[in-house]
Each structure stands twice: as C-alpha cells, then as structure tokens.
Write a protein that binds this ligand. Structure first.
Ligand SMILES: [Zn+2]
Length: 432
C-alpha cells in the first residue's frame, strides 16, 4: 500500500502541518514524518492552502440499490460520497425490496465493502415493508454482519404512536436509535410545497410546518417516556428547532439533523415550477433557514445529513405535481456548509468536523469513523480547498442521476482528496 506525505495541510483549519498517511493510519510524529521525506516509496501531496478534515459521515443517504439501479447503485452512490469527502454513509431502507431483514441489510453492507469507495452502514426499516403496521426484525438486523444501529422508515413517518413506542423500547437492547421522518400524514395529503401565502398563489397543495412539529413533539415525549434514543431526520422549520431545544434542555436523548438544501434554499424557488426544487420535507421560508443555521451553530441541531436522493430524469422532467421528491446532496454538502455556515462566521472548521464527522458517527454508533486526526488514528481524511469558487455543473456529477438543485449556482470550495483507511478514493479532485 502506497504511503502519502501530505505537505502543509491545515488540520481543522489550524497551522499548516505535514502528515504522513501510512498503513491505514495517520502519522504526525515529527521524526517519522521527517524520515519519510527521503524515502522513495512515499508519494508527496502538496496540500498548501488545503484544510484537512476527518472523513465525513452521512447519516442519511439514499443509494437506491437494490431495486432502482437506474437512479443510483451502491457503487455510484459511494463514488459520489467519496467526491464529497465522505468515508461513511448510512443507506436508507426504502429500497426494493425494503431493507427490513438481515438478508437485505447484509447485501447492501457487502456491496459497499466490495466497491471500496466509502463504507456503507445500512439503516434498517422500523416496520415491515415501511407499511407502518408491524415491527420489522430489528434484532436480527442488529445481530447481522451489517450490525445495524439506525432504524428508519424514512420516506414514510412511523405515525402509529404504539409502534413508535415499541420501536424505541426495542432498540434500547442494542443501543440503537430510531430516526424519524416526521410528517403527519393526514395534514400532508398530496402536499407539494411549504404551506404559506406562496403555495396559495401557485396553486400547489401546502405541507404545513405543524405536520412536522406535531410528530417531533410527540416523539420527543415518547423517547423521554421510555428512556430511549430518538433522532429527528431533516428538520426544516423554526418551530421544530424550538421543540428540540426544549427536549435537550430537559435532558432527553434527542438528536437532530439538517440538510444542506434547507440551509441554503427557500420555498421561493417553487415559483419556477421546476421540480428540481421539489423535496420532502419541502424548502421552507427564509426565516426557517435562518433558524436552522442558528440551531446548527449553537448545537441544537447536532449534524448535517445530506438526504442524497437520486432520481432518473423521467421522474423529475415532468410537471411539479407528478415529479418525485428529492435532490442530490453528497457532492455539494461541504460547499453548501461553507457557504451558509463557515463563510458567514457561524461555524469554525473544527465545528464542521464535529457536525459532519464525529457527531454523525456517534449517533450511528460507528466506531471506525468520526475519529480525530491524531497520531496513530485511522486515516480517514479529506483535503479540501476552501479558496476556490466553482459553478456547479450537473453533468460533472459521478452520481447516476442529475437532479442537483445547485446546477448553475456558484459555490465555494472543492474536495481535492479523500482517503479511506489510508487508500485514496479521490485524488486531484478525481475518483482514484
Ligand atoms: Zn425523509
């Protein structure tokens, strides 16, 4: 295995440092780094001006395999992840067949290992077939080779309070967590966009904030009642932030994520009627975006998660109401976080490492990722250039799909290299 001498990287945005990547480990010991300069077998990477971060961890990715390999496969999705600086992703359960058995989660886990671009941690379905009627084999998935710890019916809400309570109780046995897609179904029947003055004007059915907030409030109370762990997926409203803030203040075991698109984009984009902006939960108001940024900055929202949701052209190239929900996110997440959080001074790079690597790994109980870049630590490393600006070109995506809402937008930053256990998955900004 090739060793790499990374010269002049700013670890977490600090002073430029030379670090050696060898045998899957980070070497910072000055004498070992010094000796590596004269060795012929060490490849030198000029990292002046680059920031080194721990490999990013996504708690919310849709890889589409098995079943929708026309939209994405485990291989192409993990390649997109590597291009975005991720070394671990959690693959959501809404595949065909649904990941609700040990067999399916082991298949997805193995495909990730075989690809070698990014570790894949399958999320297990909470209910059989995501149907919301009876609990899936949570214990069997936890005991499988995939060691599932995160369970979610994402795409659907576990709306039945008794089932949600049972799931929360069940996962305690193996320190699991239930990740809820909070959407009260009756309040959001046929919903198309954020409910407000604009949805009325555009004639699109509204998705009211209260449909998210009511479920989050109930779930926080349930999690506290049974003493279990709840994770709230894709928080999108200012009201949800307030509920989570209160739950944390009460000492309840609740964590939450925000998606890059909810930090940057607003419901005004629906006025274009371009379904590229159709997502669930929907883009909200500028005031919501402000509240989400503040909550991510003060830690009320723990992490950024992409909700990377690839769709083939035919599912997006149609009228708004008929189009699929969801947008790509893996390749642009770090740039959007720089634009919305770092450049305005809301987060330091060290805090970005917490919210995009350490914390998501902790919530998902992933031991091998989300580690500090320290001597002897695992060499899951991203080198990122924050100084460039680029216009996003959907055609350059390595995803099988093209549904990025940022096409044509100028965003800061570029992932230059990603290392997974010391092996480059991206070098010079290209797949290795
Ligand atoms: Zn969802």
């Amino acid at each position: 295995m090739t060793s790499y001498l990374i010269k002049g990287a700013a670890i977490l945005g600090g002073e430029p440092t030379d670090l050696l990547i060898e045998d899957g480990r980070v070497v910072l010991d000055p004498s070992a780094v010094e000796r590596s300069r004269d060795r012929g077998d060490v490849e030198v990477v000029d990292a002046s001006g680059l920031i080194a971060l721990p490999g990013l961890v996504d708690l919310h990715t849709h890889l589409r395999e098995p079943g929708r390999e026309d939209a994405e496969t485990v291989l192409t999705g993990t390649q997109a992840a590597a291009m975005g600086g991720f070394t671990a992703v959690h693959a959501m359960a809404n595949t065909e067949p649904v990941a609700d058995t040990a067999g399916v989660v082991e298949q997805v886990w193995r495909l990730g290992r075989e690809g070698g671009y990014c570790d894949v941690y399958p999320v297990g379905a909470v209910t059989v077939g995501l149907a919301g009627e009876r609990l899936a084999e949570l214990g069997a998935m936890a005991d499988s080779a995939a060691r599932v710890r995160v369970f979610s019916d994402d795409g659907h809400c576990v709306n039945d309070a008794v089932l949600m309570r049972r799931a929360l109780e069940y996962v305690k046995a193996f320190d699991g967590v239930v990740a809820q897609h909070a959407q009260e179904p009756r309040l959001t029947e046929n919903a198309q966009m954020n409910e407000g003055e604009l949805s009325g004007r555009l004639g699109l059915a509204g998705w009211p904030a209260v449909a998210e907030e009511a479920v989050i409030a109930r779930d926080c109370l349930l999690a506290a009642h049974v003493g279990s762990r709840l994770h709230v997926c894709h928080v999108s409203t200012a009201g949800s932030v307030e509920i989570i803030r209160q739950a944390k203040a009460s000492g309840w075991n609740v964590t939450a994520e925000v998606c890059p698109h909810h930090l940057l984009l607003t419901d005004e984009l629906a006025a274009t009627y371009d379904p590229i902006y159709k997502v669930n939960p929907p883009l909200r108001t500028a005031a919501d975006t402000e509240a989400l940024r503040a909550a991510l900055a003060d830690g009320t929202i723990d992490i950024v998660a992409t909700d990377h949701a690839p769709h083939p052209l035919e599912d997006k190239d149609c009228e708004w109401a008929a189009a699929a929900f969801g947008m790509l996110g893996l390749e642009t997440a770090l740039s959007v976080v720089q634009e919305t959080m770092v450049d305005p001074g809301l987060l330091t790079w060290a805090e970005v490492a917490e919210r995009m690597s350490y914390a998501p790994a902790r919530i998902g109980r992933v031991a091998d990722h989300g580690q500090q870049l320290e001597d002897g630590g695992p060499a899951n490393v991203v080198l990122y250039d924050p100084s460039v600006r680029r216009v996003v070109d959907a055609g350059e995506s390595v995803s099988l799909s093209r549904n990025t809402p940022y096409a044509g937008m100028e965003l800061p930053g570029r992932v230059v290299a990603t290392f997974l256990r010391g092996k480059p998955t991206v070098l010079d900004g290209k797949l290795a």
